[in-house]
Design a protein around this ligand. Structure first.
Ligand SMILES: Cc1cc2nc3c(=O)[nH]c(=O)nc-3n(C[C@H](O)[C@H](O)[C@H](O)COP(=O)(O)OP(=O)(O)OC[C@H]3O[C@@H](n4cnc5c(N)ncnc54)[C@H](O)[C@@H]3O)c2cc1C
Length: 545
């Protein structure tokens, strides 16, 4: 059973300590522990609670990198995407993407046809070893008429059809990262949420000493590790002071998606050009406009991504009503028949990403490649800091980091913890059988473990909330096996209950009462837990279901 045991962790000498439980930290911990290193991961809040939860959920094969003629970057995306899809096939599905084509030039059919052909050649092995249900078909061109069937009110002047290609949609980005973290635990690693790395010092014994604060009880612990990977995303320069590159200060842009209750397009993710001018400085083939994606997801439509420079401390990241309103207006300008209103917005995704510069025309140039580096400070050669720009390519960065670690240290024998696989029954009673399919869709192969928590439950007493398909056994399992500590951990990061829309006070109360019974929460604590969840939806207009 995974435990948040920092005392046990500090008794051991680690090979590798990973700071940060987002896409980069999780994939690094997974690959490093799989290679036999004694590994631990610490995350100051909950796993996948920051930038990695705020993505448009597209696992890109990198079609757009053809604009930069960057085949290497495409290959990194394609192989990393395949790894993620193979690790948790139940969390991904093929996503048909459509882009309208205009005229005879760069936005026209011929160029797109060539791009789709190259995309399929470069991604020849994109489906290798994946279950057929999630294979990504080849791209193709559709006629103007077919394009109009999907995008009925598309601007028609000079419209010649549309290009269609396939990426993968990570239906639940938070669980996908958890799968990597649980996988690293299966490989002997230890992972602890609500554990913040406060300071790193080099000891005389050639080990790094890291002060960790347990944010649930404020206790401090000292960990010793031979190697450190700082994968703390936008906190990169704060979590280890030494991660600042000499004389440079990284600039960050706030990236924003909105989620609409209104289904704008249903079968396809549609890419439409924004109105403002945008020049991608690195592109060899310049389109002159930023693309906005409208992605069907969980019965809603995600729309993004918009960027603006942010000088905020990452801990103070705040999305104001006016930012969402601006985006609603931009969507209506791009596709007027969307007729989006502020009240249609049920959720938003916001995070900080590394930016390079802001041009005179005010267009933000984002960093294009994920990188990692050692701080230029004597004694810190076995510390690596990761600056990641894509969720999709995190496994690629993890492989590269593993190679660097392998050149510098060899694994000590033994592991931090040895996880015993739970003894799973193979015979299910009728109540368990009734829930098996539902749980498999939500938790893949972990469903059988959840079913074992139902052994003694009566048919009439299995639900926390039947309308939300939330079972008591799920919550027992998540508290016991996935380190869920707070109401928000379950609502926002382990069940998907509140990731597209506020689930309603009634459901939150039922859930908090059930959790409170198991964790001995008093009424004040329960109210605090609900308040914490509600904060995630500010400044939206909440609808009680
Ligand atoms: C709106 C938006 C849309 C996007 N869309 C896509 C997309 O469709 N496809 C795609 O591939 N990418 C997309 N991205 C990019 C992608 O989400 C990010 O590049 C990626 O998730 C960054 O992961 P990370 O692990 O580096 O950072 P994070 O996810 O931020 O993880 C860093 C973690 O470190 C923790 N931490 C910080 N300091 C400490 C400390 N001292 N001790 C312990 N823990 C600490 C933080 O709490 C955090 O959880 C999008 C990003 C945004 C914002």
């Amino acid at each position: 059973m995974p435990t948040r045991d920092l005392t046990k962790l500090s008794a051991d000498i680690l090979d590798v300590l990973v700071i940060g439980g987002g896409a980069h930290g999780a994939t690094i911990a997974y690959h490093v522990s799989k290679a036999g290193y004694r590994t631990a991961l610490v995350e100051k809040n909950d796993f996948c609670g920051a930038t990695s939860a705020s993505s448009l959920k597209i696992l890109h094969g990198g079609l757009r990198y053809l604009q930069h003629l960057n085949i290497k970057r495409m290959r990194h995306s394609i192989t990393a995407r395949r790894e993620m899809m193979g690790l948790a096939p139940y969390l991904v599905q093929p996503l048909a993407c459509m882009m309208p084509l205009y005229g005879k030039g760069l936005r026209g059919k011929r160029v797109m046809q060539a791009a789709l052909f190259l995309n399929d050649c470069i991604g020849w092995d994109r489906n290798d070893d994946l279950p057929p249900a999630i294979h990504l078909p080849r791209g193709h061109i559709v006629s103007e008429k077919q394009c109009r069937q999907i995008i009925p009110d598309i601007e028609s002047e000079d419209l010649h059809g549309a290009g269609v290609w396939y990426d993968a949609l990570a239906v639940d980005t938070e669980r996908l990262i958890l799968e990597y973290i649980l996988g690293s635990i299966d490989h002997g690693a230890m992972a602890v949420n609500y554990a913040e790395a406060k300071a790193v010092a080099k000891g005389d014994d050639d080990l790094y000493q890291v002060t960790i604060q347990d944010r649930l009880n404020n206790e401090t612990h000292q960990l010793k590790s031979r190697f450190i990977v700082n994968a703390s995303g936008p906190w990169l320069e704060q979590s280890i002071q030494a991660s600042k590159k000499k004389d440079t200060k990284q600039r960050w842009a706030l990236a924003l998606n909105i989620v609409s209750r209104k289904k704008i397009f249903t079968e396809y993710a549609v890419a439409l050009e924004g109105h403002g001018k945008y020049e991608d400085k690195d592109a060899i083939i310049k389109r002159g406009k930023r693309l906005y994606f409208f992605v069907p997801w969980r019965g809603h439509t995600m729309i993004g991504t918009e960027y603006r420079e942010s000088i905020a401390d990452p801990d103070d990241l705040e999305v104001k009503r006016e930012m969402i309103q601006n985006m609603v207006e931009e969507v209506n300008a791009i596709y007027p028949s969307a007729q989006l209103t502020y009240e249609d917005i049920s959720f938003f995704h916001a995070g900080l990403l590394p930016m390079r510069s802001q041009s005179e025309e005010n267009t933000i140039q984002m960093e294009k490649n994920s990188t990692f580096f050692s701080p230029e400070i004597p004694g810190f050669s076995r510390v690596l800091s990761v600056k990641g720009v894509k969720y999709t390519t995190a496994p690629h960065i993890a492989h590269e980091i593993l190679k660097v670690i392998q050149k510098q240290i060899q694994p000590e024998s033994g592991t931090v913890t040895a996880k015993k696989s739970p003894g799973i029954a193979t015979q299910w009673n009728p109540v368990q059988l009734q829930c098996k399919g539902l749980l498999e869709r939500k938790y893949g192969r972990r469903a059988v473990h959840i079913l074992s928590f139902m052994e003694n439950e009566e048919d009439s007493d299995i639900w926390i909330d039947e309308a939300s398909s939330l079972l008591k056994a799920e919550v027992k399992y998540l508290l016991s096996e996935e380190m869920a500590c707070k109401l928000a951990d379950i609502v926002l990061r382990r069940t998907g209950l509140g990731t597209a829309e506020y689930p309603g006070r009634r459901v939150l109360e039922k859930l908090v009462n059930y959790m409170g019974g198991m964790l001995a929460w008093n009424e004040a604590r329960k109210e605090q837990e609900i308040e914490d969840v509600l904060r995630r939806y500010a400044p939206l207009v909440l609808q009680e279901s």
